[in-house]
Design a protein around this ligand. Structure first.
Ligand code: HGY
Ligand code: MN
Ligand code: MN
Ligand code: MN
Length: 416
């Protein structure tokens, strides 16, 4: 049956060895001992180590290595100038204290899948590429998928250069310090035009496959989602001497907004999360002067999402008027709904012998690129569904099934 064909995709010993070696090389990089999670933020030393690992993996396989104007890394089997290339890969950066799999599984599996094609003795008739998209999570500068957004022209280089990290340092300055030219970043239409298909393998971020016999699924759609910064402005004052009725306390308005977001999300059958907050001056015995809270909001339907965020904003402003607190909302990034193109999705699923199709609320470079390049995604089963946290996991057997599945797809799309 269909499940058997996915299960029989286990790769050869060479690809399995390659996968295990690459995975164990990457495992210590950027690991935080106290949490067991990862901090691999774009253009930090941990990220640089991941990038060196990528270049070394490319070299070890005799692949042609390139970095593009935006800092994305590419490894080529064949000449991409021939066009109609098939590319696979993902990202190596992480969220704060993220898991080991979100991103790296797709890059490690990409190299291992190429090992598998070689072990099978198949020859590509289309150029085959492996990619590492820089700064997918946006953990440092706030905007997700910077590498793919710049390439696709959906993030302007002017805006990207002015993005600031938590220390107030601009991306332009950070690129300079990394020895790169910040004026070089921007749209890369010629590079993307040479890609005929991009297939991203990713850890499942949910547990829909857990109750099925399938270790692998294909992506159907990505929910529209975005990030909004709420600035609540009040007046700093002494916590021990300021009467309650004299306060303009932004923490109060912020706390109410968190509760409102939860309620609105439940009513809209959507998701709304305040997962990051900054407080000024952040003193235990002072009323805050400014609270900035970041709303991450996602919904199956774009109009529902806009309506929900609008309601949360209006409720915050109203509450702020009662509290004497100013409220300002800035949309920092937005990703419209992605429906993966049916032709590539159906072909991918056919090459896998028929697997489930999953929608997800998580964003991906494959989603960003889908407006420019035909893209598809494979998800590898996640037994607990945990992601963006140290407990993220997948069994080695399922990871290897993912490698085999990816090799089957690449073989079907690109090989004789
Ligand atoms: O979905 C996200 O939070 C990110 O784009 N991976
Ligand atoms: Mn992620
Ligand atoms: Mn990811
Ligand atoms: Mn004092």
């Amino acid at each position: 049956g269909a499940a058997d064909s996915a299960a029989t995709a286990a790769p050869t010993g060479a690809a399995e060895d390659g996968f295990r070696r690459l995975w164990s090389e990457l495992l210590p990089v950027g690991r935080v001992a106290s949490t067991g999670g990862y901090r691999r933020f774009a253009w930090t030393p941990a990220d640089a180590e991941c990038r060196e690992w990528f270049a070394a993996a490319a070299r070890a396989r005799g692949l042609r290595y390139e970095e593009d104007r935006n800092g994305n890394q590419w490894a080529w089997w064949g000449d991409p100038a021939a066009g109609d290339a098939v590319v696979t890969g993902s990202h190596l950066d992480s969220v704060p204290d993220g898991g080991a799999f979100d991103g790296p599984l797709g890059v490690v599996s990409a190299f291992a899948a190429l090992d598998e094609l070689r072990a099978r003795g198949v020859a590509p008739r289309r150029p085959l590429g492996v990619v590492n998209f820089v700064d997918e999570e946006g953990a440092r500068f706030g905007v997700a998928c910077v590498g793919s957004r710049l390439a696709a022209g959906v993030l302007s280089p002017e805006r990207a250069r002015e993005l600031r990290d938590g220390d107030g340092v601009t991306l332009a300055r950070v690129l300079e310090r990394a020895g790169r030219d910040p004026d070089a970043i921007g749209p890369d239409p010629e590079r993307l035009a040479r890609i005929g298909a991009f297939v991203e393998l990713h850890i499942e971020q949910g547990r829909q496959l857990e109750q099925t016999p399938y270790p692998v699924a294909v992506a159907g759609a990505i929910w529209p989602h975005g990030r909004w910064r709420f600035d609540f402005g009040g007046t700093a004052n002494h916590a021990g001497t300021t009467r309650l009725e004299d306060r303009r306390d932004p923490m109060l308005t912020y706390a109410n907004t968190v509760l409102t977001a939860r309620k609105k999300a439940r009513l809209a059958e959507a998701l709304a999360t305040f997962g990051k907050v900054e407080v000024r001056p952040n003193g235990v015995n002072a009323i805050a002067s400014l609270v900035s809270g970041w709303l991450d909001a996602r919904a199956a339907d774009g109009a529902d999402l806009e309506a929900m965020v609008g309601e949360i904003e209006r409720a915050a402003v109203e509450r702020g008027q009662r509290d004497g607190v100013s409220v300002r909302v800035v949309r920092e990034s937005f990703s419209p709904e992605v429906v993966f193109p049916h032709a590539l999705r159906d072909r991918t699923n056919e090459l896998l012998g028929g697997v489930p199709t999953l929608a997800t609320g998580a964003g991906h470079d494959a989603g960003v690129l889908s407006g420019t390049v035909p893209t598809a995604m494979l998800f590898v089963r996640n037994p607990t569904g945990v992601s963006h946290a140290p407990d993220e996991s997948a069994t080695t057997a399922d990871c290897l099934a993912g490698v085999g599945a990816l090799a089957d797809v690449l073989s079907g799309l690109a090989c004789r």
